[in-house]
Design a protein around this ligand. Structure first.
Ligand SMILES: Cc1ncc(C[n+]2csc(CCOP(=O)(O)OP(=O)(O)O)c2C)c(N)n1
Ligand SMILES: [Mg+2]
Length: 355
């Protein structure tokens, strides 16, 4: 009979508060590793903040803000090797940057330009998934494929709290567990699925509890603690690589920006809670930790932030330098047998677009 594994209920934390809660540390992380994590956090934060500005300037389309989710993304990313596959949702749109993807590529995606789509095998990063949870079975399948082929590595899928109510999530989780696929299911529990609160989403006490039904180990971590996320993901990666099957990680945070640039959360969000979260946001928290450890000073902080700002300046310039896409692309891969009206419709579209 399958063993029922209890989920970890307590939130894991490594970073203290500089006062009564002491700092911990993660075994095996040298100063260079700590700083690499910091650079990734800053790159993601800069990407996110600049993207909101670019949206307001009309330079990118609707954008899904991930402010204060950076620790979940950077912490888990650093526990992976290059041969591990990443399946992002729209909330992790820029995670490919950490694998060396140009910022222009992701910015082009948000501009709806074809140069924003890449060959997943170039980076081991799948396309950004917008339908909720449909990439969970993809990640489970890829992980199972790796197991069948005897290839090293695992697959990690990122999704939200709302995604755990979707059929695709349950199918993917069950499949991964039954096949003991080397997969990591990383749920960013930010408390909201657009305007639907977590309390209206589930009767489970924690999302990690859902893993019990699949016989899958689970961990809960403080999603604003980059080191706790790193450590929990590293354990999951080690388990996956050792043949121990999938792990579910619930990284808890609170969404302190609108769902996306088209959303007005003032009608439903808890403004006081948002303020508390913003005061304890993940990049500043890690900066203070590194300062207490004596590995980060103001000069280095300034250098890292300036580098990230340069990446974004160059990225938006390159994205905007792309020639406009040919409108024929809208139909080319949709119609095997174009109807007779196709050429006149396309000509009309070109005329409207001024092409
Ligand atoms: C299959 C599907 N149904 C509905 C939507 C519309 N939709 C977009 S975002 C969203 C909420 C998702 O919430 P959650 O999974 O918590 O992720 P978060 O946005 O909070 O990161 C919904 C319902 C969608 N994209 N796909
Ligand atoms: Mg959510």
């Amino acid at each position: 009979m399958a063993q029922v594994l209890p989920a970890e209920r307590d939130l894991r934390r490594v970073i203290g508060d500089g006062e009564s809660v002491p700092d911990g540390e993660v075994d095996g992380l040298a100063e260079d590793d700590l700083l690499a994590l910091y650079r990734s956090l800053v790159l993601l934060r800069t990407y996110d903040e600049r993207s909101v500005v670019y949206h307001r300037q009309g330079r990118i389309g609707t954008y899904a803000i991930f402010w204060n989710h950076e620790a979940i993304q950077a912490g888990s990313f650093h526990a992976l090797d290059d041969d591990d596959w990443i399946f992002p949702s729209y909330r992790e749109s820029a995670i490919g940057l950490l694998r060396g993807m140009p910022a222009a590529t992701v910015l082009s995606w948000w501009r709806g330009h074809p140069s924003g789509w890449w060959n997943p095998a170039d980076y081991n990063v799948a396309s950004i998934c917008v339908p909720i949870a449909t990439h969970v079975p993809h990640a489970a399948g890829l992980a199972w494929g790796k197991k069948l082929k005897g290839e090293p590595g695992c697959a990690i899928a990122y999704f939200g709290d709302g995604a755990t109510s979707e059929g695709s999530f349950h199918e993917g989780a069950n499949f991964a567990a039954v096949m003991q696929a080397p997969a990591i299911l990383l749920c960013n529990n930010n408390g909201w699925a657009i305007s639907t609160p977590i309390t209206a989403q589930t009767r489970a006490q924690t999302l990690a509890d859902k893993a019990i039904g699949y016989g899958m180990p689970a961990a809960r971590v403080d999603g604003a603690d980059v080191l706790a996320v790193y450590e929990a993901t590293r354990e999951a990666v080690e388990r996956a690589r050792a043949g121990g099957g999938p792990t579910f990680i619930e990284a808890c945070t609170y969404r302190c920006a609108p769902h996306a640039t088209a959303d007005d959360p003032s009608v439903y969000i808890d403004a006081e809670r948002v303020e508390q979260e913003r005061a304890n946001e993940c990049v500043g928290r890690y900066e203070r930790y590194l300062q207490r450890q004596g590995v980060l000073d103001d000069a280095l902080m300034g250098e890292v932030k300036a580098e990230a700002a340069d990446v974004m300046r160059a990225g938006i310039a390159a994205a905007e330098a792309e020639p406009p896409a040919d409108p024929a692309l809208l139909f080319e891969h949709a119609l095997v047998d174009p109807p007779d009206s196709y050429s006149t419709d396309l000509a009309e579209l070109r005329r409207i677009l001024g092409g």
